[in-house]
Design a protein around this ligand. Sequence first.
Ligand SMILES: [Zn+2]
Length: 208
Amino acid sequence: MDIKNVFSNNKKWIKDKLAVDANYFEELGKGQNPELLFIGCSDSRVTAEELMGLGPGEVFVHRNIANMVSGIDLNAMSVVEYAVSHLKVNHVVVCGHYACGGVKAAMQSADLGVLNGWLRNIRDVYRIHREELNAIQDEEKKYDRLVELNVKEQCVNLIKTAAVQKAYRDRGLKVHGWVFDVHTGKLIDLKIDFEKFLTDIMEIYHLD
Ligand SMILES: [Zn+2]
């Protein structure tokens, strides 16, 4: 890849968009009204809009290493607050992916400097589900399962926020847990029972 190509690619992209709709950028400039907040991994293979077949204006995106939703991460919490309470999205998705480098790093004993604190959140997921994970003999399968369980726990972290609790009560907002399979391109819905989680944890995390 030549970095200079980015600008010629951009020119071509503008031309293509205008060929389909002459007012495309005029409309885009008016504002955004996305239905969906997508929280995914920063991994270059997990492209958010492209893998869902969506375009500009359709999805609010937050990406970080291993798609984490930490209550003390000002960045993630601001994104959730803005998307849920102000843009009023009706769906929040946590999308993990198989072969996630962040999840793999958390499964190994290594000092990764400033990344240690971040990966500790994934190690906590491992600790919570230690019994299930330790029972899996195949390393690859264990790794895949940790990716899924991490998605599940990040969905739970979303449900702990006041913004999500309030939006659920006011307009039936839904939280979804998905995994992107980088080997096949398939998007898998983990079918997380949002309502059950909400009822289960509300007793402790009830804010609103
Ligand atoms: Zn990843």
